[in-house]
Design a protein around this ligand. Structure first.
Ligand code: HEC
Ligand code: HEC
Ligand code: HEC
Ligand code: HEC
Ligand code: HEC
Ligand code: HEC
Ligand code: HEC
Ligand code: HEC
Ligand code: HEC
Length: 420
């Protein structure tokens, strides 16, 4: 009886085993790849390349985009099997959008994946120009790749935040390619030298913007003059609020100047410094002239900031010296942080252009530096006092030692006499 069961089980196992092997063989059989992996570029498509794509990983094959029959070499590229060939550039957005705009379809795979890429794309300069027959603009595959498409979260994806700028650069930094449009081709060069590029690429801060953060991923229209300040303000909230309160808000709008980028530029944003307020690198003097209200205010901001900076340095100096001499000044050194914070705040508050507001920040800082400098002075006095005290006690000790020595000598002299 037991033997029969064992035999039955064995047969079952063999059947199941064959089934599994057959299934694997069927899955692996892709006549398109068999043939195309041996062709020369641009017809070469390997199993390795396609296997790395999200589409292959989700079980799609060549026929999902090209039609045809992937299991029968005879029928593979036959129109009878629905083979569509290579889509033209103008067909590509609709081809990708066929699946990606279909919410019901996408939900089966990934409920959180957006389905607005195609509709957004139609609103972008790229999409609008493609619609009127300009095939040099970016289509889906220019940004995402063709057969090796990966999710944006994959660091190897051409649309991962760290790689986006290089993806846009291919066309936008190519002066030859862009010649007919008469637009600048320095965006990548500028961005590469910006605070944002430094934050993202050098410090790995993915919250810093890359091209598509400002321009949109699919609705890749440049922000218009009116929305420029809005782009920056999504992240730099304080500066934006202060700018909105400033007289520049209305003045710039009247003159057709954008907000933030008038002083900071859009792509080549440099680390800001006090020298933007006065001197040869000042941005204020681009519009204001010596003696007008704007220029005077700029000059006052500049000297106010420099004064506070100097007071902080002075306090730091005396507190460090006191600490070196062993006087406890930890509390004052900690308090000095508040002055540094006030200085940082003043550098932000200048965006309001309101002298009283900036003065309030500077005064708060000066109050702290006055207090900490006084603490430093007191500490140095204490140190001096201690030194004098030490000298006095050293003197006293020396005096005692000498006196004692003399006394002993005297005693010895007298004692020597007495033993005789
Ligand atoms: C036996 C080899 C072979 C097989 C199998 C094969 N192809 Fe091709 N394919 C070719 C060759 C050769 C060309 C280029 C000549 C031509 O267009 O006929 C080509 C061209 C193409 C093109 C470009 C057509 C164009 O319009 O420029 C696409 C797309 C393509 N194949 C997809 C597929 C897909 C998808 C499959 C599987 C369903 C497949 N091929 C199966 C050999 C093959
Ligand atoms: C997600 C959709 C998609 C899938 C899946 C896909 N392709 Fe393509 N394929 C495209 C698009 C889009 C193009 C046209 C790209 C372009 O304009 O350069 C293309 C182009 C091609 C070409 C023509 C290359 C040339 O420049 O002449 C070949 C050959 C090809 N695919 C073969 C394959 C094979 C083989 C597979 C399966 C391993 C496959 N494709 C899977 C979208 C797809
Ligand atoms: C036959 C339907 C289909 C077509 C056609 C198609 N895709 Fe997909 N695509 C999918 C599916 C399914 C996924 C997997 C979604 C998931 O699980 O995240 C996917 C995933 C993606 C992802 C990664 C999304 C993510 O964050 O996970 C990108 C990017 C993408 N596709 C771009 C394209 C582009 C570009 C084209 C056109 C060349 C295209 N797709 C054509 C079905 C399709
Ligand atoms: C100008 C470049 C560009 C073009 C053109 C483009 N994409 Fe994208 N796409 C991106 C970037 C950048 C991301 C990454 C967004 C992120 O980091 O989350 C993205 C993300 C995606 C995703 C992941 C989900 C999402 O929306 O974040 C899908 C799917 C996708 N794109 C499909 C498409 C399709 C379909 C087309 C064509 C209709 C297209 N893309 C055209 C740049 C582009
Ligand atoms: C395949 C080439 C190509 C790629 C890749 C590409 N673009 Fe473009 N882009 C163009 C062309 C061509 C135009 C049309 C220029 C025009 O009309 O002034 C354009 C227009 C634009 C515009 C509008 C410029 C204007 O005239 O106001 C913006 C913004 C833009 N692209 C951003 C991007 C971003 C961001 C990326 C990367 C995510 C990108 N592009 C990738 C070719 C490309
Ligand atoms: C911090 C936001 C930001 C980033 C990052 C950014 N841009 Fe821009 N870009 C802008 C603004 C704002 C404008 C509009 C300038 C104006 O109105 O003066 C602009 C304009 C453009 C234009 C129109 C032509 C021009 O130069 O005026 C193109 C093309 C462009 N950007 C491409 C890019 C590319 C490519 C990248 C990445 C290498 C990029 N941008 C990164 C904000 C940004
Ligand atoms: C997606 C968010 C985001 C957007 C949009 C953005 N920035 Fe930034 N910005 C950052 C981050 C993150 C840093 C780096 C902060 C740091 O290093 O402390 C930064 C740094 C800066 C700095 C240097 C600050 C410093 O203290 O050194 C300036 C100036 C600046 N951005 C201006 C702009 C302008 C102008 C725009 C619009 C054209 C803009 N930013 C758009 C996130 C953003
Ligand atoms: C009128 C010129 C001007 C405009 C407009 C302007 N800024 Fe500034 N911004 C400056 C100056 C000058 C500094 C440097 C102050 C300093 O360091 O003393 C600065 C500094 C900054 C800093 C660094 C502040 C810090 O923490 O040290 C950021 C971030 C910044 N600006 C963002 C913005 C944003 C966002 C906008 C638009 C809402 C904007 N700026 C508009 C002139 C301007
Ligand atoms: C793009 C040109 C431009 C730049 C750059 C610029 N301003 Fe102005 N500013 C104006 C205009 C226009 C007005 C309003 C008309 C006027 O009162 O002169 C104004 C007004 C002012 C006012 C109010 C003046 C009043 O009459 O009450 C102050 C203060 C001011 N700016 C300070 C600055 C400072 C500080 C900077 C540098 C950080 C600066 N501006 C950079 C154009 C500019």
């Amino acid at each position: 009886m037991k033997r029969h069961i064992a035999k039955l089980l064995l047969v079952l196992l063999i059947i199941l085993g064959f089934g599994a092997v057959r299934a694997i063989a069927e899955e692996a059989a892709n006549v398109c790849i068999d043939c195309h992996s041996n062709l020369d570029a641009p017809l070469k498509v390997t199993g390795e390349e396609f296997g790395a794509s999200i589409h292959a990983q989700k079980g799609l094959t060549c026929t999902a985009c090209h039609g045809g029959n992937a299991t029968d070499a005879e029928l593979a590229m036959s129109p009878k099997a629905g083979f569509k060939g290579k889509p033209s550039r103008q067909q590509i957005p609709e081809l990708c959008g066929k699946c990606h705009s279909d919410a019901a379809y996408v939900r089966q795979y990934n409920p959180s994946l957006r389905t607005d890429q195609l509709s957004q794309y139609h609103t972008s300069i790229h999409g609008k120009r493609l619609a009127i027959g300009d095939t040099k603009v970016a289509v889906c595959t220019d940004c995402h790749g063709i057969h090796d498409i990966r999710p944006p979260s994959d660091t190897r994806s051409s649309v991962h935040p760290l790689n986006v700028a290089n993806t846009c650069k291919r066309c936008h930094a190519d002066a030859d390619y862009m010649k007919s449009y008469g637009i600048k081709t320095d965006q990548f060069a500028g961005y590469s030298e910006s605070v944002h590029h430094a934050a993202m690429v050098e410090r790995g801060d993915l919250s810093a913007p890359t091209c598509t953060t400002c321009h949109g991923n699919h609705g890749a229209a440049p922000p218009g003059v009116a929305s420029v300040a809005n782009v920056c303000s999504t992240c730099h909230v304080f500066q934006a609020q202060l700018f909105d309160e400033s007289p520049h808000k209305a003045a710039f709008a009247n003159m057709g100047f954008p907000g933030c980028v008038t002083c900071h530029s859009n792509h080549r944003i440099k680390p800001p410094s006090d020298s933007m307020l006065a001197g040869k690198d000042a941005v204020c003097t681009n519009c204001h002239t010596e003696g007008d209200a704007g220029s005077t205010t700029a000059q006052n901001f500049y000297s106010g900031i420099l004064n506070l900076q100097a007071s902080i340095t002075r306090s730091e100096g005396i507190l460090n010296r006191a600490a070196d001499e062993g006087v406890e000044v930890g509390q004052a050194q900690l308090e000095l942080t508040q002055a540094r914070d006030a200085l940082t705040k003043a550098r932000v508050t200048i965006h309001s252009l309101q002298p009283e507001k900036v003065k309030a920040d500077l005064d708060a800082g000066t109050k702290v530096t006055d207090k900490t400098y006084a603490a430093g002075t007191k500490a140095m006095q204490e140190s001096r006092f201690r030194r004098v005290g030490l000298l006095v006690s050293l003197g006293a000790i020396l005096f005692t030692v000498v006196a004692l020595g003399l006394y002993i000598r005297e005693r010895e002299k007298n004692g020597g006499n007495s033993t005789h």
